[in-house]
Structures are given as structure tokens and as C-alpha cells.
Design a protein around this ligand. Structure first.
Ligand code: NAG
Ligand code: NAG
Ligand code: NAG
Ligand code: NAG
Ligand code: NAG
Ligand code: NAG
Length: 517
């Protein structure tokens, strides 16, 4: 969902463990925004009446149109998974795409460990997970060149969902009689796919009866420095104070063009060999991206390990002012030296792992399929932006202001241009106005979509719960906010441990009951 963009960084951890050992050394991972997986799978084996079910890990394939504007040019195989353990004749079909990621391992969203399965259980429905085009192994063409990616657009993704619903004979008893004019369909998504849920129902009304849009980033924004605001506001205060101290020191050295001190600073993190200061500044953001692994019901705790490293000294933690610049430099550098660099880059050297200036790197040139980062980059460069850099002067910064949208899109040339030279000659400036005009953005108005957000979600400022937006929740388009993180309401166990998330889940289930009756 989510995808980093700032640096070529970490995300392996984020995306999925299997990506960690991906073949491209410098594609170790990036901050993606997609929904989390729901842990190990368990198979339901029986329907309520005792019929045996195939395993939920069973992969099915759908013949999807390559180009909805040119239906004659053919089809490709789009992967999907399904579960009908709760299904009874007349029940709804509940459809999810995990969005910008390989959909393997998302079968938890077929079970009642997810909101999808909770709705299915309540409404006697069947659950389906479908892989998004150009992610995983659902590819119109067998490479990710600019030429092939021409048919990777939000509109084609919307049309895929609609064509699937209207065409599929689902592999379950009676599955050929559940088209949208015969049964209710519910579209669910989180993060980008949450936005896609709302956008689909705006763009193609009358197909999906209801929607659940979790942490739906409905507004495309080119310069999305506000990604870091919820992190800054909700992380331990001492930790944000010390991170700010280091960042403002870095930015001061940059503004005063103090080359010697900048080199010393890079050396302090063991990153002395990174050639461009922009890449060094971007590397530091990785520690903040670990925020996206947090969930009320657990999640990976790297973010807190980072803050503990900065703030706990001899068993004592700093007051909310932090320990100050000198200690922060030492402890943050030490954190990178002793563990973080290895977890991010393994044995790859710093410039190869974290540099973005060499257009000949596989990071830019590898066009093989199942490279979520590359496909997502295409969507960012063209339609949604969400470039994540430092805030304007005058706002507190936990990310360096050296990083601006140009770091990604233009100048030199930069990443969009390097990655897709056939598509972009001088700049990858996404047309976010067109995207927002077409699908509604923050002005989205659509009946029977339940918008669920989280106070601590770092993507919140692109959702309908953005600060300052004051979007009114109405019965036809409810907006609920718990104090969870990214797409927290989609995971049943977050409701078990956090009453505010439970309240969101229960409200959404009540709306579904009304909308599907
Ligand atoms: C979830 O579904 C399983 C069957 O797969 C069932 O045994 C269990 O009771 C359900 N959990 C809840 C909370 O209803
Ligand atoms: C990529 O796929 C397109 C469409 O199938 C094909 O025309 C082109 O030759 C392929 N390019 C590479 C570099 O594989
Ligand atoms: C059980 O339900 C399935 C549909 O899920 C149906 O095809 C089958 O005939 C039913 N079996 C019995 C014994 O009612
Ligand atoms: C560069 O920064 C260092 C460390 O802050 C400082 O001691 C030095 O005076 C600065 N040099 C210049 C030319 O500003
Ligand atoms: C200081 O940092 C520690 C370690 O991350 C954290 O547990 C504690 O809550 C923080 N205290 C304040 C006042 O920010
Ligand atoms: C990290 O390692 C580099 C050399 O690899 C060293 O110069 C630097 O002092 C170390 N930083 C800390 C904080 O230990």
C-alpha cells in the first residue's frame, strides 16, 4: 500500500518475507502501502451442511481482458482464491484485491480472521481474493516494460473488478448464478485498494451493492509530506524530539553547504560511501517506515526498537525532550552500525543498496514480472504521486527537507525517468488533478460505502479522515475512525485487543446488514 518511495529501502520486511531474498540486491524493499497479511492460514474444510471444501490456498484463474478499451486483443490469466464455508444460496459475494502486491498469502482475507470473513459469516456470503493486474502472477504481458505497463491504470483495474463480477462463474455450487444482477456483491479494500473500492463504485455504479474502504487513500497528492505527520504526533515524544534534532542538524549542514561535516555525518551511520546526500537523507527515513508494521494486535516492532535504541540509556529513558543532538547522533548511528544496515541491505554495499543515481542498476532496468515495486512506481509516477519527503519550512521535520518531489520524479533525471525512460523523457509528474477529478478524491460521494480509518494511520491525511477536512459521516456514506493504524479494522484480532477498532468493525457490520438485506 504502501510503498516507499523515498528510498530504495527496506521493505522487504514490509512487503513480505519472501521478498527479502528477491534477486535484485538493491530492491531490498520499500515502503508500500498495502494491507497486512493475516498470519498463517488455517483451512475451513466443511460448509455448514457438511460439504467438503477445497483448501483456501487453491489458486483459480480468470480470463481477464488485457485492455478494456480493446476487448478484441485478448485475455490474460488473473489469479483468484475463494472460500464458501459460510455461503448459503442468496448470500453476497465479498470481493477483495490486496492491491499493489503479490496476492499469495492473503488467503486470511477469505476467513473470519478478516472483516471480509466476518461479513461473510454474518451475511452467509462467499469470499473472493483477486490479484491486481501487474502484480504477482496476474500479468497482461510477461514483462514490466513501459510498453506493457501502458495498460496498468486505475481505470483498467476498476474495469477488471467489474468485468470479473459480471463474467465469472465462481467455482462453487451455484457459482454460475451469482452475477451482480442475481446476487449482492460487496467490494472491500484497504489502503490503495480501499481507495480503489470507493473509486470503482463512483466510476461504475450499480455493480457492487456495498463497499468497505479501509484506510482508503482517496486523494492523490503529489507532495505527500503529511505521511509523516501522524507518525510524528503519535510516536514517543522523546524519540520525535531527537529525530527532529538530527534532521535539523542535517538540513542546516546542507543549507550551509558544509561538505566536511556532512561527510562526517554520513560516516557516523556507516553510510560514508553513499555518493549523494539526497540518498543518505532518504536512507534515514527507513526507520520511520517501520511505523507501518505496527498494529494494535501486535505487528512487527522495529519502530519501537529504533526509539528504544535512541531513548533508553543504561536502563533509563529520556524525558520527553529526548537526550539531545549529540546522544541522538551516536545512538542512531550505532543502531545502523550494529543491526539496521544489515537487516536492510544484507552484505550489499551502501551505494548499491541505497543509491538512486545509477540508471543502469537492476533497480531500474529489471523488467521481470512479480516486481511489485516497479509496477507500483508506474502508478505513482503516472496517477497518484504520494511522493514522501520533508515538510515545508516552519513545520517540525522528522524527514529531511532535502527530499522533495523532484527526488522521485524529475531533475537529473530521477527515478521515474530512470525507471521508465520510454514513458518519461524529463519528468514523471503524476496528473493527480485528473485522478481526483475522475474518481472524486476527497469529494468522493458514493452510496453504501463504509469508510474506516485509524487515528495513528500514517496515510490518514490522504483519507476522508484527513486533518482539516471535516468530512461529515452520513448514513449513506459513513466515515468511522478508531485509534488504530493502517487498515487495522480489516483484521479481526485488532478488534479483540482495541475497543475503538471493535466499535468501527461493529458499526460497519451493522451497515452491511442494512445494505444487504
Ligand atoms: C470463525 O469461523 C470458524 C470456522 O471457520 C468458526 O469455528 C469460528 O467460531 C468463527 N469465529 C467466530 C468468532 O465466529
Ligand atoms: C515486453 O512485452 C511486450 C508485449 O508482450 C513485447 O512486445 C516486448 O517485446 C517485451 N519486451 C521485452 C524487453 O521483453
Ligand atoms: C450443501 O450445500 C451445498 C452448497 O454449498 C450444496 O451444493 C449441497 O447440495 C448441499 N448438501 C446438502 C446435503 O444439503
Ligand atoms: C561545519 O560544521 C561543523 C560541525 O557542526 C562546524 O564545526 C564547522 O565550523 C562548520 N564549518 C563551516 C565552514 O561552517
Ligand atoms: C521515551 O522513549 C521510550 C523508549 O522508546 C518510551 O518508552 C517512552 O515512553 C518515551 N517517553 C517519553 C516521555 O516520550
Ligand atoms: C559506524 O561505523 C563507522 C565506520 O564503519 C564509524 O566511523 C562510526 O563511528 C560508527 N558510528 C557509530 C555511532 O558507532
Amino acid at each position: 500500500m504502501a510503498l516507499s518511495w523515498l528510498s530504495k529501502s527496506v521493505l522487504a520486511i514490509l512487503l513480505s518475507v519472501s521478498l527479502v531474498d528477491a534477486a535484485i540486491p538493491n530492491a531490498v524493499g520499500r515502503n508500500q502501502l498495502h494491507i497486512p497479511k493475516l498470519g498463517a492460514t488455517e483451512n475451513a474444510v466443511m460448509t455448514p451442511n457438511g460439504t467438503a471444501l477445497p483448501p483456501i490456498t487453491m489458486v483459480y484463474q480468470f480470463d481477464q481482458l488485457i485492455d478494456h478499451n480493446k476487448p478484441n486483443i485478448g485475455t490474460f490469466k488473473q489469479r483468484f482464491w475463494m472460500n464458501w464455508e459460510f455461503y448459503e444460496k442468496g448470500g453476497p459475494i465479498i470481493l477483495l484485491t490486496p492491491g499493489e502486491t503479490n496476492a499469495d498469502g492473503f488467503d486470511g482475507y477469505l476467513t473470519n480472521r478478516s472483516i471480509n470473513g466476518m461479513i461473510a459469516q454474518q451475511e452467509k456470503g462467499a469470499t473472493v481474493v483477486i490479484e491486481h493486474r501487474f502484480f504477482g502472477f496476474s500479468n497482461p504481458y510477461d514483462n514490466l516494460t513501459s510498453q506493457s505497463l501502458e495498460v496498468l491504470t486505475i481505470q483498467q483495474a476498476i474495469d477488471d473488478l467489474v468485468y470479473f463480477a459480471q463474467t465469472i462463474d465462481l467455482p462453487m455450487p451455484g457459482g454460475d448464478q451469482v452475477k451482480p444482477n442475481q446476487a449482492h456483491w460487496v467490494l472491500i479494500g484497504g489502503s490503495y485498494s480501499g481507495a480503489l473500492t470507493g473509486w470503482t463504485m463512483v466510476n461504475k455504479p450499480g455493480v457492487f451493492r456495498a463497499g468497505w474502504a479501509s484506510s482508503a487513500v482517496v486523494e492523490a497528492i503529489t507532495n505527500f509530506y503529511d505521511l509523516f505527520k501522524p507518525i510524528r504526533e503519535h510516536m514517543p515524544k522523546n524519540c520525535s524530539a531527537d529525530v527532529e534534532a538530527v534532521i535539523s542538524h542535517l538540513d542546516w549542514l546542507y543549507v550551509t553547504n558544509n561538505k566536511t561535516a556532512l561527510q562526517d555525518l554520513q560516516n557516523n551511520f556507516g553510510l560514508g560511501k553513499i555518493t549523494h546526500i539526497e540518498d543518505f537523507a532518504a536512507a534515514l527515513v527507513n526507520n520511520l517506515y517501520d511505523w507501518q508494521m505496527l498494529q494494535p494486535g501486535g505487528g512487527q516492532q522495529n519502530f519501537y526498537r529504533f526509539c528504544d535504541a535512541l531513548e533508553v540509556k543504561d536502563g533509563v529513558s529520556a524525558s520527553e525532550k529526548g537526550w539531545g543532538l549529540q546522544n541522538a547522533l551516536e545512538s542512531w548511528g550505532n543502531f545502523w552500525n550494529t543491526s539496521y544496515y544489515a537487516s536492510l541491505c544484507g552484505t550489499v554495499d551502501a551505494e548499491t543498496c541505497l543509491g538512486t543515481y545509477d540508471a543502469t542498476q537492476p533497480y531500474y532496468t529489471d523488467v521481470s514480472v512479480n516486481n511489485a515495486w516497479r509496477s507500483w512506481f508506474w502508478m505513482m509516477c503516472n496517477e497518484v504521486g504520494w511522493y514522501q519527503g520533508g515538510p515545508p519550512l516552519g513545520q517540525p521535520a522528522i524527514v529531511s527537507r532535502i527530499i522533495q518531489p523532484s527526488y522521485f520524479q524529475a531533475r537529473d533525471p530521477r527515478q521515474c525517468v530512470n525507471m521508465f525512460p520510454q514513458r518519461f523523457q524529463t519528468s514523471g509528474t503524476p496528473d493527480v488533478q485528473a485522478t481526483n477529478r475522475k474518481y472524486g478524491g476527497w469529494n468522493i460521494k458514493v452510496d453504501r460505502v463504509f469508510f474506516a480509518n485509524g487515528l495513528r494511520d500514517h496515510w490518514r491525511d490522504a483519507t476522508l479522515s484527513a486533518d482539516g477536512l471535516h468530512k461529515v459521516s452520513v448514513a449513506s456514506q459513513p466515515i468511522y475512525e478508531g485509534d488504530g493504524f493502517h487498515a487495522s479494522d480489516m483484521d479481526a484480532k485488532n478488534g479483540v485487543v482495541d475497543a475503538s477498532v471493535l466499535r468501527v468493525q461493529q458499526a460497519g457490520l451493522r451497515f452491511m446488514k442494512g445494505w444487504l438485506s
